[in-house]
Design a protein around this ligand. Structure first.
Ligand SMILES: [Zn+2]
Length: 245
């Protein structure tokens, strides 16, 4: 079974439970015995962000499998080269975990989008664009896609800000003090483009110097409308603001 690992949890003294997403966008868990022992051979099969093909007998029946070996298909070790990459990586994995929290909910395209995001994070230097596109995808999957064509209150196309509470762009008449990106035309455009795009449009959007303020808007959408609170977001904020990356 092909899996991308996004979470590991300590189990007993020496064991780990790893969670991954398979090609059918299902959350799958494996118990890996002895993974925490020194010189454990199975430790190499627990690395987050890696794609593995695990040996698996009864694919359709159980959700918790016992690890019996496998092969590494793809690693993303260059992500460890920079703190900014690591910070975005942590957000991607945590968001993936929260998108497939309920076993019954199958998120369309999660495996494909996570694989794409990790590949781009590994090889490229547009970390915030990658995260923004993944967050926009998450909003779409959760049915909380921001409205970015007209004012959400009156259909006016004279946009001055983004109201996260009201779910999208807002005009001067309906603008309130807690709106975001007020009169920042450049960032309103960024937010709009990213909402309209997917990873298929990545190359065309590489010229954008995606701002943390835009990422922040997505994070607020996920928080307020999707009830998703990313614990790893604070580290990203610290890294971007410190500019030591
Ligand atoms: Zn309006």
């Amino acid at each position: 079974m092909k899996l991308i690992l996004f979470k590991q949890v300590d189990y007993r003294d020496n064991d780990l439970i790893v969670n991954g997403i398979n090609e059918n966008n299902q959350r799958i868990s494996f118990l890996i015995k002895g993974a925490k022992k020194p010189n454990s051979k199975s430790a190499a099969y627990c690395i987050l962000g890696n794609e593995y093909n695990y040996i698996c007998d009864q694919e359709d029946i159980i959700k918790m499998h016992k690890f019996k070996g496998g092969e590494l298909l793809k690693s993303h070790h260059h992500i460890l080269d920079s703190l900014l990459k690591i910070a975005c990586f942590n957000c991607l994995l945590e968001l993936t975990d929260k998108l497939c929290k309920e076993d019954e909910i199958i998120t369309d395209g999660l495996y494909k989008n996570l694989a794409k995001a990790l590949d781009l994070l590994e090889k490229d230097a547009h970390e915030l664009l990658v995260l923004a596109l993944f967050m926009a995808y998450a909003c779409e999957q959760l049915g909380i896609k921001p409205a970015v064509d007209k004012c959400v209150e009156c259909d006016s196309d004279k946009i001055v800000a983004l109201s996260v509470e009201k779910g999208g762009f807002i005009c001067q008449n309906h603008h309130e003090s807690n709106d975001q990106l007020y009169k920042n035309i450049e960032l309103l455009k960024q937010f709009r483009y990213i909402n309209k795009a997917s990873f298929d449009n990545y190359e065309q959007l590489c010229y954008l110097d995606v701002s943390l303020l835009v990422i922040n808007c997505f994070n607020n959408f996920l928080n307020i409308h999707g009830a998703i609170n990313l614990n790893s977001y604070e580290f990203l904020t610290t890294i971007v603001k410190s500019a030591i990356n």
